[in-house]
Design a protein around this ligand. Structure first.
Ligand SMILES: [Zn+2]
Length: 111
């Protein structure tokens, strides 16, 4: 299926033809440019990677909740120490993923 990109706002539309107007910014049909096969591949790959990173984010948030539970349970110092390390890892990795996703969003040529 061809992909069309709004030259005004970057919205990517999937369809045989460009839409009559941009669903996001309302720009007319003429503002849409068909993406090349190579650009389409980049958009699709970028979408897949973003989706996978989002899944990891969900897992890390769960890790955070479980580690918090271990910490609050407060069985013994080694357990609490380990729980703190687990939380630290989850928080740091969540921030790294968010930063990475942000750079993907800004790379507007990928749509
Ligand atoms: Zn637009």
């Amino acid at each position: 299926m061809p992909l069309w990109k709004c030259q005004v706002c970057g919205f990517v539309f999937e369809g045989l033809e460009a839409p009559d107007k941009c669903p996001k910014c309302g720009a007319p049909k003429e503002q849409f440019k068909q993406l090349s096969e190579q650009e389409v591949q980049l958009v699709l790959r970028s979408r897949k990677t973003n989706y996978l990173h989002m899944k990891v984010l969900t897992l890390l948030r769960e890790l955070l909740v479980v580690a918090e539970e271990i910490e609050n349970d407060n069985l013994d110092p080694p357990c609490v120490k380990l729980a703190k390390e687990e939380k630290e890892f989850a928080l740091t990795t969540i921030q790294k993923i968010m930063a990475e996703l942000e750079t993907h969003m800004k790379r507007s040529k990928w749509g």
